[in-house]
Design a protein around this ligand. Structure first.
Ligand SMILES: [Zn+2]
Length: 208
């Protein structure tokens, strides 16, 4: 009996869909950014979906982020009392919360990460699924070398995910070093979430 109830609970959680305040598309809530409005009418990002109160959801697609504005936030007035304008501040809060959360998450995987070209090239021959993080300013030589090695890996039937991240300074800071052009992390459930937050962070920084 208990097992059945737990299974139902899980299904419900996974299936929860919310509509994006900008594009209105319905998507799994777990893949969206939750926003909450406090009693002062300020909007806060709730990255971990844990803050009290009713939330609004943002799909975090490139399109929705680049078209988000105070005018677009007006839609929140239907359900909440909010202060406008505040999109620029909300945007800063989103960047800030993502950055801090990523730093914390990365600090947990730092020790097992392969950093730098040689370590990454070596890691690419290990069979375990891997997440490759490549800085947009890694330089042409490293970028080509890593991409070639990743392609060879794929031809050998091994999976990988390649993701471009903001820059070497940022990746270095996340991994507790000066600058890191490329890094490889073992795939896991936590890494999947981290990957999503990296994508969001990149879009926030780029759209600025
Ligand atoms: Zn959207």
């Amino acid at each position: 009996m208990q097992r059945v109830r737990r299974a139902v609970g899980l299904t419900k959680l996974d299936a929860a869909q919310r509509s994006c305040i900008i594009c209105k598309q319905c998507l799994p809530a777990a893949n969206m950014l939750r926003l909450i409005v406090d009693s002062q009418g300020q909007v806060w990002p709730d990255l971990l979906h844990k803050m009290d109160g009713r939330g609004a959801y943002l799909c975090m697609s490139e399109q929705c982020l680049s078209s988000c504005s105070d005018k677009r936030l007006q839609v929140l007035k239907r359900d909440f009392t909010i202060v406008l304008p505040q999109w620029e501040v909300v945007r800063e809060r989103m960047i800030d919360v993502l950055d801090r959360h990523l730093e914390r998450s990365f600090s947990r995987v730092r020790r097992s990460a392969a950093t730098g070209r040689d370590a990454v090239m070596h890691r690419l021959w290990n069979n375990a699924p891997v997440l490759l993080l490549l800085a947009t300013d890694a330089g042409e030589a490293i970028t080509r070398q890593v991409q070639d090695a990743a392609e060879k890996r794929e031809q050998a039937g091994l999976t990988y995910t390649l993701m471009l991240v903001v820059d070497r300074n940022w990746l270095g800071r996340m991994l507790g070093r000066d600058q890191v052009a490329v890094a490889a992390l073992d795939s896991s459930a936590m890494i999947e979430k981290l990957k999503q937050y990296c994508v969001w962070f990149g879009r926030m920084k780029v759209s600025g």
